[in-house]
Each structure stands twice: as C-alpha cells, then as structure tokens.
Design a protein around this ligand. Structure first.
Ligand SMILES: *[C@@H]1O[C@H](CO)[C@@H](O)[C@H](O)[C@H]1NC(C)=O
Ligand SMILES: *[C@@H]1O[C@H](CO)[C@@H](O)[C@H](O)[C@H]1NC(C)=O
Length: 269
C-alpha cells in the first residue's frame, strides 16, 4: 500500500509537471506574437473574444479602471499602422496602433501582461483629437519611415542597458545632471511632431516621471515605458537602443524616442 501510495504520488507529481509544462513554455516569442496579433485583430473587429483574457483581468484605459467589453476595444477601428514588441522575461507585449478612421482617429499604446498563458493585465493609452501634438497622419508617416528591425544576436544590448537608456531620458526631465546616452543621429516622434537629428532639445525640467512599467525587447532593442508624466498624466515613451555595447567607453547609442502617446490632460472616454 505504501508502495502504491508512493508510486501514485510520483505519478501525480509527474503528471502535474506535465500539465504545468505548457504554461511554462507558453511564454515564448511566438506565444507573445500570437497574443499581440489577436489584440490587433480584436481592435479591428471591435470584439474582445479573441483575447485570452483571464476572468480577473485587470484592465485600465488612460490609467483608469475600465472593462474590456465597454472600452475602446468595443469599437471596430480601421488599423492603418501597428507594431508590437515582445518581452519574454516578463511575459508581456507592447503594441502601438494608428487609426486614421474618419471621425475616430486614434493613436493607441497597449501593454499586455500574461500569467499562466492568460491575459492578466492590460493597460491602454488612447490618444485622440485634442491631445498633445496629436496628428495621426504624421505619426503614421514618420513611424513608417523608421526601420526598427531585429538586431543581430551578437549586437544585442542587455535588458539593463536598454532600460537604463530609457530611464535616463525620463530622469532628465527632473535632473539635468543625468547622462543620457544620446545617439547621433537621434529622432524623436512626439505625437505627430518629428524632431531630429538631435533628441536633446526641448526637454522640460522640474517634471517627475513616476510609476514606470516597462516592456523590454532585446531582439528589437526597445523599451516601452508607461508612466505618470509630472506625477499625473498617462504617458508612454518607447525607445530603441542600438550598439549599446561600447568600445573605449564611448556611449555610441542610436537612441530614438518614439513618443506614441502623451496626454497633458486626463482624457474622458
Ligand atoms: C489594477 O492594477 C492597478 C495598477 O496598475 C491597481 O492600482 C489596481 O488596484 C488593480 N485593480 C485590481 C482590481 O486588482
Ligand atoms: C499589422 O501589421 C502587420 C505587419 O507588421 C500586418 O501584417 C497586419 O496586416 C497588420 N494588421 C492590421 C489589422 O492592419
């Protein structure tokens, strides 16, 4: 009996490992790509059923508690631009959507986080007419000129380097002594406003950018940060870092700020 019990216990523990295994392997790049594609399709269709949402999914829209079924996802949108990045370490994605739909044009940034193969947290920033530098035609034009292709494995930066570049930029708003690894050239897309070849212009001071949530993709060299601009306003900055592995101590990063969504005032939706 004892033997049987032990065997049974061993069998149970094996089988629960086997059952748990799909969850563990589920969060690879392909899983995240499929989830981001499902999200884009859901927004295009105005239907949430393609999302593998947990029954307790935590959803916010412009940093306010909301429900998937009644938020922006319930409105079908013509998608004119979309791009996603994949964080396999945190099991998270970031997607930018651009819709030039007449009367309902938007630039949308969304971070999704997955637990055990299900969407457990989703945060969306929806920008619309009247928002900071809102000009989706220009956002699409300049965004589509960027070539944010996969970085060859040998040239990839670490998550820490990528995150530090983004953090340095966001810290600069409150501390002019921060050393930002500026690239040369560097391009900044802020709403529909395109600034280049230097990004080190027009950065305000005395602004605390707090409560940062990151999606980091070493393959694309990107970090997207959701945070509260000046402590209050929903904001997303996405950065691409190239050649961060430096020779002779010179910070030779190509550092681009892709500021998808910046709201200076809270939005009502
Ligand atoms: C959802 O997440 C936010 C943080 O982003 C948190 O403040 C809030 O309490 C969460 N809501 C629930 C119901 O867990
Ligand atoms: C999203 O972008 C991909 C290519 O990056 C494209 O294949 C796909 O059709 C786009 N989806 C929509 C709904 O436009």
């Amino acid at each position: 009996m004892m033997m049987l019990h032990t065997l049974l216990a061993a069998y149970l523990s094996l089988s629960s490992t086997a059952l748990a295994a799909p969850t563990a392997v589920a969060c690879d790049r392909d899983f995240l790509k499929a989830q981001a594609a499902a999200y884009v399709a859901a927004q295009a269709a105005g239907k949430v059923d393609t999302l593998k949402a947990s029954s307790s999914v935590n959803y916010t829209q412009n940093f306010k508690a909301a429900t998937l079924a009644t938020g922006i996802l319930s409105t079908p949108l013509k998608i004119d631009g979309n791009r996603s990045t994949y964080d396999t370490t945190q099991c998270a994605t970031y997607t930018e959507l651009i819709s030039l739909q007449s009367g309902a044009n938007h630039v949308i940034g969304t971070q999704m986080r997955f637990t055990d193969g299900e969407l457990s947290k989703m945060e969306t920033i929806v920008t619309s007419t009247g928002d900071w530098l809102f000009n989706p035609t220009n956002t699409l034009k300049y965004a589509s000129q960027e070539s944010w292709t996969e970085i060859p494995e040998a040239k990839r930066d670490t998550r820490a380097v990528i995150q530090a570049a983004g953090d340095a930029y966001l810290d600069l708003f409150n501390d002019k002594k921060v050393k930002v690894p500026w690239g040369n050239p560097c391009a900044r897309l802020e709403g529909g406003s395109y600034v280049q070849p230097s990004c080190n212009v027009g950065v305000p001071s005395g602004i605390k950018n707090i409560n940062r949530r990151y999606v980091i993709d070493e393959v694309f060299g990107t970090v997207d940060v959701f945070f509260s601009f000046g402590g209050n306003d929903p904001d997303s900055h996405e950065f691409r870092v190239e050649n961060g592995k430096l020779r002779s101590g010179f910070l030779g990063l190509l550092f681009q700020v892709w500021d998808t969504s910046k709201l200076l005032h809270e939005q009502q939706l």
